[in-house]
Design a protein around this ligand. Structure first.
Ligand SMILES: O=C(CO)[C@@H](O)[C@H](O)COP(=O)(O)O
Ligand SMILES: [Fe+2]
Length: 222
């Protein structure tokens, strides 16, 4: 198991002051950027031009989570905008292997995300094609939702498959991750932890990041 990575989601940041909000989380490993198109999910955030500006301003790498329909058409724009990682949803992709290969060829890490109701088994054979699997722990679309414990069995299955294949693939959780829920995620096999409201809702964001990292490390299997 690799060291835990904490990726605060800027969805819970002040959108009028995004450069300052990125500085607030400079102790984190990645800045998680939620791209929503008001079609794949019922919310609208930002697109590649804003990601390009954020990449130039950010002290840490950007981890873009694309919640957009027809994602094969749009994913490469985010790698070219400077994102270090681009995660596509399995449900929005007709050609995840082709898109993952294009992202990697552009120098980005390729991630594959699964909504809570999407089974991992259909995608298990694709593990060598990606650098990360994102197990959504809420229905995508909004920050501040309650963590869904029903996603934990799938998280364990993803971890078992990654370990069995002995691959350098990260396992990310996103949604409702907090000081109350992160231990469950770590025990079930996550090693990248997205947290929006738990970090940006704290008066001391750096302290919240440090506590989340410590709790994750303490509960990840050795
Ligand atoms: O992708 C999403 C929501 O769809 C997330 O990245 C949220 O932004 C996480 O926010 P919290 O649940 O941690 O507040
Ligand atoms: Fe996200």
């Amino acid at each position: 198991m690799q060291r835990p990575l904490v990726a605060p989601s800027i969805l819970s940041a002040d959108f009028a002051r995004l450069a300052d909000e990125l500085e607030r989380i400079s102790d984190a490993d990645w800045a998680h950027v939620d791209v929503m198109d008001a079609h794949f999910v019922p919310n609208l955030t930002l697109g590649a031009p804003v990601v390009e500006a954020l990449a130039a301003a950010s002290p840490i790498p950007l981890d873009c989570h694309l919640m957009v329909s027809d994602v094969d058409r749009w994913a490469l724009d985010y790698a070219e905008a400077g994102a270090a990682g681009v995660t596509i949803h399995a449900e929005a992709s007709a050609a995840p292997v082709r898109t993952a290969r294009a992202l990697r060829a552009a120098g980005a890490r390729a991630g594959l995300a699964l909504r809570p109701a999407t089974a991992f088994e259909a995608y298990e054979d694709l593990l060598p094609e990606v650098d990360m699997v994102l197990v959504m722990t809420v229905e995508p679309g909004f920050g501040g939702q309650e963590f869904l414990d029903v996603t934990l069995p799938k998280l364990r299955r993803v971890r078992r498959a990654v370990d069995a294949a002995d691959l350098d693939v990260r396992v990310q959780v996103d949604g409702g991750v907090s000081e109350d829920t992160i231990a469950r995620c770590a025990e079930a096999g996550a090693d990248v932890f997205v947290a929006g409201s738990a970090v940006y809702g704290a008066a001391d964001a750096a302290g919240a990041i440090a506590r989340l990292r410590e709790l994750a490390a303490a509960h990840m299997p050795r």
